[in-house]
Design a protein around this ligand. Structure first.
Ligand SMILES: Cc1cc2nc3c(=O)[nH]c(=O)nc-3n(C[C@H](O)[C@H](O)[C@H](O)COP(=O)(O)OP(=O)(O)OC[C@H]3O[C@@H](n4cnc5c(N)ncnc54)[C@H](O)[C@@H]3O)c2cc1C
Length: 297
């Protein structure tokens, strides 16, 4: 692979849904697994840190110079669906709304809830994204990964991935998700599936600031409680730091209301944590992942 497949000094702000980001020393969007593997090897051989992003929908990137290589998976979007068996093989960059709509159109049940999550499959597996009791891990058979350090490719079964609420073993290992095999219930009623999927998106848009720049829920729900309720109880809806604002529609969302910097957003996260800790005695753990910060993810 001789052609240069990365850019230098690349502005990442349009690669996050909250529209904030730093400058990556190197940036690449591989179109297939061969390019993806090559980039990971390149970073290792050249002793550059290699960080992966999907759709940047759960990500706060510090507005600084980010040393090393940032790889975005969004162009890796091969999706194969077998409507008879319900087996799906998808690359890491397939968007959840695309997957959800494609499942419904193929009569496969079990992915209707995922239509309103604007992230990639890789990001969703890493985060164990979900809603209520539903999460993607329930439909996973196995995940194909590359070891960021050894470049070895391997398949890992769902049982070995320690999925918990918004957590997976990918958050503490060196593995990069390339693709996944999933299983959904075949022979569903097409009309019902399409209607339910559409309706789930409608509900999402009615209850969350879906079209404003945000990164979804900022904090994980503490045990037997809701982060949104704790924030709401303190009357913090609409509270601002610079251009970062607690959504008036959903208190667990921060929106970029007017050219927020990463510092504004980070400070707002800290202020919320302090106020909830002082008033309710509860520590709110961020769900959102940080890139370019010292924050312990
Ligand atoms: C409007 C809105 C609504 C949302 N609703 C929900 C919801 O209902 N439920 C929910 O769970 N989340 C929700 N989210 C959050 C977000 O969409 C999910 O967490 C999503 O799964 C993140 O995927 P991503 O591709 O954007 O990941 P990114 O934000 O790009 O990355 C998240 C983390 O995953 C890692 N990562 C990404 N791809 C890979 C890969 N291929 N290999 C290894 N690591 C990788 C990154 O390094 C990073 O640490 C919402 C976000 C928004 C903006």
């Amino acid at each position: 692979m001789k052609e240069k497949i990365f850019s230098e000094n690349f502005n990442l702000s349009s690669y996050t849904t909250i529209k904030v980001g730093g400058i990556a020393e190197y940036f690449a969007e591989p179109r297939n697994i061969a390019e993806f593997s090559y980039l990971i090897k390149w970073a290792n051989l050249n002793k550059r840190k290699c960080q992966i992003i999907g759709a940047g929908s759960n990500l706060l990137i510090n507005n600084i110079f980010i040393k090393g290589l940032v790889i975005c998976t969004k162009k890796m979007k091969s999706l194969k669906i077998d409507p008879c068996s319900g087996i799906v093989e998808a690359e890491a960059g397939v968007m959840l709304p695309t997957l959800s709509n494609a499942l419904a159109k193929n009569g496969l049940q079990g992915g209707e809830w995922a239509v309103g999550i604007p992230g990639t499959l890789g990001g969703a597996i890493y985060m164990n994204a979900g809603t209520g009791n539903l999460s993607l891990s329930k439909n996973l058979i196995s995940v194909q990964v590359i070891n960021n350090k050894t470049h070895e490719k391997l398949d890992i079964e769902r049982k070995d991935l320690n999925f918990e609420y918004r957590s997976s073993s990918f958050q503490s290992n060196n593995l990069v998700i390339i693709s996944a095999k999933l299983n959904f219930e075949p022979n569903g009623n097409l009309e019902t599936l399409i209607r339910t999927t559409k309706n789930n998106l409608k509900i999402k848009k009615e209850t969350q600031p879906y079209h404003l720049p945000s990164f979804g829920s900022v904090f994980k729900n503490p045990k037997n409680n809701y982060a949104a309720k704790l924030i709401d109880d303190l009357g913090l809806k609409g509270f601002k730091v610079g251009g970062a604002e607690i959504s008036t529609m959903h208190s667990n969302f921060i929106i970029n209301s007017s050219a927020a910097s990463s510092k504004d957003i980070y400070e707002l996260i800290t202020v919320i944590q302090q106020k909830v800790q002082q008033n309710k005695g509860i520590y709110l753990q961020p769900e959102v992942r940080m890139l370019g910060f010292d924050y312990p993810n």
